[in-house]
Ligand binder design. Structure first.
Ligand code: GLN
Length: 189
């Protein structure tokens, strides 16, 4: 099994470290020719969604990746990655728009933008959650299953082959969210 990690900007190296710890092969997507390689899942890291969106467009990666996601390629978006997958974005522009959720960018304001908590994630249990200038999901349609909430706000969801978290499991040592995604890649979940 091989995972591809979008490596245009942001916290992609931390996802690589996490996958290496789990013994999973991965490679970086930096340009169009990289997606000619075969891969079973895609990780879209946290970072700055506006910058990633611009680069995805300029490099010609947006449409081909969008098509693959719509055809069922397992994808996991963290933080900015969540924003890029959302069908509606409050305070930002649409990118892939493949998941029936509304993402509210910088939802916690400047003061409370970054914080740590622990909360329940459906199918996993209580997990550490690190938020950095994070979005939350302000609305999710029936197609999207809510997996976690913090203070009444949705912070993790899944819709078929698509998984999103507003927090950053790749910044900690708990590997369970990545294992959950690997199970989606292998068809176990
Ligand atoms: N605030 C960033 C954005 O809007 C997301 C922050 C992050 O990915 N840690 O893209």
């Amino acid at each position: 099994m091989t995972a591809a990690i979008l490596a245009l900007q942001g916290a992609f190296a931390e996802h690589e470290t996490m996958l290496e710890r789990l013994g999973v092969d991965c490679f970086e997507i930096r340009q169009l020719k990289d997606i000619e390689r075969s891969f079973d899942g895609l990780i879209i890291p946290g970072g700055e969604s506006t910058v990633m969106r611009k680069l995805l467009g300029e490099l010609g990666l947006l449409e081909p990746l969008r098509e693959r996601i719509l055809s069922g390629l397992p994808v996991y978006g963290t933080c900015a990655g969540l924003i890029l997958l959302a069908k509606e974005v409050e305070g930002g522009e649409l990118c892939f728009g493949t998941m029936d959720i509304t993402a509210k960018r910088n939802a916690y304001g400047r003061q409370l933008g970054s914080f740590y908590t622990e909360a329940e994630m459906k199918g996993i249990g209580s997990i550490p959650m690190t938020f950095i200038r994070a979005p939350y999901i302000s609305a999710a349609s029936e197609q999207a299953e809510v997996l976690a909430e913090v203070d009444g706000n949705i912070v993790a969801a899944r819709q078929g082959n698509q998984l999103v978290t507003a927090f950053h499991p790749e910044l900690g040592t708990d590997t369970r969210v990545h294992e959950y995604f690997l199970d989606m890649m292998s068809g176990k979940r």
